[in-house]
Design a binder for this molecule. Structure first.
Ligand SMILES: Cc1cc2nc3c(=O)[nH]c(=O)nc-3n(C[C@H](O)[C@H](O)[C@H](O)COP(=O)(O)OP(=O)(O)OC[C@H]3O[C@@H](n4cnc5c(N)ncnc54)[C@H](O)[C@@H]3O)c2cc1C
Length: 439
């Protein structure tokens, strides 16, 4: 015990893993670039509270959260809505991001985690083939292992040697750019669907939502390309035509951010290194929820670290984390990345057709932040292909759906073929096969 664990970045998975590992007697320090009390965004997030228990945390105080409404999905023509039906026991909670952080940080501090704020992590320190520490704005720090929780553009992951075989960059279509703001309520009209999710609204390649809250209207605009305030203004004016509740005054938020929406990182570990959360692309592809899955991954990582009796933290001993993560989560998330690729290949007319013809169903839309696999949303690639063959009169669209179903099958097969034990050569060739599925 007493081994020194460095956590780079105060991501949700990183702080949750830090708490579990510190509680087991390890010396754990988190290095975070932001100042104390400034973490998070000025808006709410949705996540499955069951994940808190898995990560050893209590529920937040009852006045800090409320249960989320079911979402209703619409295609570009906005004629047919598909409403989720999340069962009561699986309802997600909505909570201020700042309060989520406060809850996680307080818990970690109670478990003995140390946090160094205002400390920018610049790169990993490599000795031979091993990560032995991090370079930071406050100087070099050495430890027995580095947990990379620095988010999608982690400078730790991006500066690892090529020889580690760990992907560094995120492609443009592998992340979604988001503008989010809470607007005033222009007209207090009753709305049928309180939480609307709009696919390709206005013919634009992206996903947006409008949620009608009692004090404001929550607007999120997501695009697979860069966009600016001029586009935000034009697009929100377009939405106001059918959503009179959406005012023009920004009450909260009002900035741009990015979320990874792709398959999980192929190789999560190296000697002295493990990635978690957005730095390992653990979000649900398509919807970008990452909090619950990061918490679940935190438990798997912490158990692996705590059970590494000799405290070696090599790729070989940390491979249990990779195996556990893919078994519990990654193998379910990866095929959904193929669903995202399908969406990106569709025209707005095809998206409408898919809604109208029932190729997409309300069951499929019940993808929640607690998504762990296709079985959750009743998607079986073979059934999807068969259903599409029966109802789809458009050969081009059918080809795209069949290609997606086949890729989903390949993604599932690739995950199942992952080497059970670490072997550098075999892991590298497996990673190439896995990554190729999504090219
Ligand atoms: C607009 C938006 C809305 C979202 N909504 C939801 C939602 O409703 N539900 C949900 O489940 N998920 C949501 N997500 C995704 C979710 O935030 C993440 O998937 C989840 O938090 C896991 O990411 P992370 O904590 O690992 O990374 P991040 O949230 O990116 O955190 C990384 C941390 O590392 C720090 N850091 C980064 N670089 C450095 C550095 N060089 N040195 C030191 N520190 C550094 C950052 O300051 C940050 O504290 C949303 C994301 C965004 C952007």
């Amino acid at each position: 015990m007493g081994k020194k664990i460095i956590v780079a970045g105060l991501g949700h998975g990183g702080i949750a893993a830090a708490a579990l590992i510190a509680k087991a007697g390890f010396d754990v320090t988190v290095y975070e670039q932001k100042s104390e009390g400034t973490l998070g965004y000025d808006w709410t997030d949705i996540f499955a509270p069951g994940a808190l228990k898995i990560a050893g945390m209590d529920m937040p105080p009852a006045d800090k959260f409320e249960y989320k409404e079911d979402m209703t999905f619409f295609g570009p023509s906005m004629t047919k809505g598909l409403r989720q039906h999340v069962p009561e026991e699986k309802l997600e909670i909505k909570m201020e991001r700042r309060d989520i952080y406060e809850h996680f940080i307080n818990h970690a501090l109670e478990c003995g985690v140390k946090i160094v704020y205002d400390c920018k992590v610049e790169a990993p320190i490599i000795l031979g083939n091993r990560v032995v520490g991090i370079k930071t704005s406050q100087g070099d720090v050495y430890g027995d292992m580095v947990i990379d929780s620095c988010g999608m553009n982690s400078p730790v992951r991006r500066n690892l040697p090529e020889s580690f075989g760990i992907e560094k960059e995120v492609g443009r279509k592998e992340k979604i750019s988001i503008y989010r703001a809470f607007y005033n309520i222009a007209e207090d009209v009753e709305v049928e669907a309180k939480f609307k999710v709009l696919l390709f609204a206005g013919g634009k390649l992206g996903i947006s939502w409008i949620a009608s809250e009692s004090t404001h209207t929550d607007l999120l605009i997501g695009r697979f390309d860069d966009f600016d305030m001029e586009e935000v203004e034009g697009f929100s004016d377009f939405l106001r035509e059918t959503n009179p509740r959406l005012g023009k005054e920004v009450l909260r938020g009002g900035h741009f951010v990015e979320i990874p929406v792709r398959q999980p990182l192929s190789i999560l570990v190296a000697d002295g290194y493990a990635a978690i959360g957005d730095s390992a692309f653990m979000t649900v592809p398509l919807i970008g929820s990452g909090i619950a899955n990061s918490l679940k991954a935190a438990r798997i990582l912490a158990d692996t670290v705590i059970n590494d009796k000799n405290g070696q933290f090599t790729a070989e001993t940390l491979w249990k984390y990779q195996m556990g993560y893919y078994k519990e989560l990654g193998a379910g998330l990866a095929p959904l990345a193929c669903g995202k690729l399908l969406l990106l290949s569709l025209t707005p007319e095809e998206v409408d057709y898919v809604f109208e013809k029932g190729i997409m169903t309300e069951d499929m839309m019940t993808i929640g932040a607690d998504f762990t696999g296709l079985a959750n949303v009743n998607i079986d690639p073979r059934a999807l292909i068969n259903q599409a063959k029966q109802v789809c009169g458009d050969p081009e669209l059918l080809k795209k759906i069949v290609t997606c179903g086949v890729s989903m099958g390949k993604a599932m097969a690739a995950c199942a073929m992952m080497p059970k034990k670490w072997n550098e050569k075999r892991v590298r060739s497996w990673a190439k096969v896995y990554e190729f599925v999504f090219k």
